[in-house]
Ligand binder design. Sequence first.
Ligand SMILES: Nc1ncnc2c1ncn2[C@@H]1O[C@H](COP(=O)(O)OP(=O)(O)O)[C@@H](O)[C@H]1O
Ligand SMILES: [Mg+2]
Length: 303
Amino acid sequence: MKYDIYSITTYDKMEPLGTKEKFWFYTEKDNISRLCKIGRKNTGENWAEKVTSEIAKLLSIPCATYDFALWEKRQCVVSPSFVPEYGRLIHGNELLVSLIDEKYPINRKYKVTEYKLSTIIKILQDLSEIVKLPIGYDTNSAIKKPIDIFISYIMFDCLISNPDRHHENWGIIFDDKEKEYYLAPTYDHASGLGCRVSDEERKNRLSTKDERYSIKAFVQKPKTPFYDNNGKNLKTIDAFKLLAIENKVASEYWLNKVKLLPKESIKKVFDKIPNNILSSAAVDFAISLLNENIIRLLAIREH
Ligand SMILES: Nc1ncnc2c1ncn2[C@@H]1O[C@H](COP(=O)(O)OP(=O)(O)O)[C@@H](O)[C@H]1O
Ligand SMILES: [Mg+2]
């Protein structure tokens, strides 16, 4: 059976954040606000968002839900709001301004050298007593604090080669009714899985004998928007390693989830994508990318 394609008929209000065209709509039937995100032409942003959310689910990583959708004959995805009715999402950049430095460049999009991973770790650790785990996620012996979950988001970025964990792509939720704070689930993975690579490049990389052009080499490239304390832009795996050093129990826990992830379950996710959404080269490339990243992540575990 294939994933459903949700049909959108209403448009309520525009969402100004982010780079993609998007809007919110409300359905009375289930009393839910949903975000419609329209992936850009000639990219696989829609399928990447759906596939990554399904893989996150397989790993029990708290993640926004995404469904394929159609809006005025355009392919897109929909995501039910993870913010409760009387709540609001406080993004990373707002936390940096209010808790660390009022001069933090809240509106800068690129090369924010002030966006240090060590600072984010400190913020999340300092907030441990106040901020709960994502709504619906129960603590266990390894996962007790928001940082223990955040580490799964950074590991996930490495797994799917997502370079886009900038300061508006994570946050905490304030529920004004309950007067509680929660870490938000992870969201916006539409840059992952090589979804913007052309089919020609995919095929060439999949078949090359040149190691420097292989998928193994490709997965080593993506950098995160995070900086280390020496002003160096961190690669996806190095960001995870930094967090893993700080937090061995949680990182072991999440790496074990990766280890136990059956290869067939990843294949099944791709098999369930409706026809004419992605090419077979895109599937082969994404699966190969995931396999390479699994090897890299599990190598950290061995050491
Ligand atoms: N499911 C969701 N529930 C609540 N807010 C969301 C959800 N998805 C996205 N948002 C909000 O919308 C903003 C833009 O969405 P995002 O997926 O990051 O788009 P883009 O890919 O254009 O950056 C996010 O920064 C977040 O504030
Ligand atoms: Mg975004």
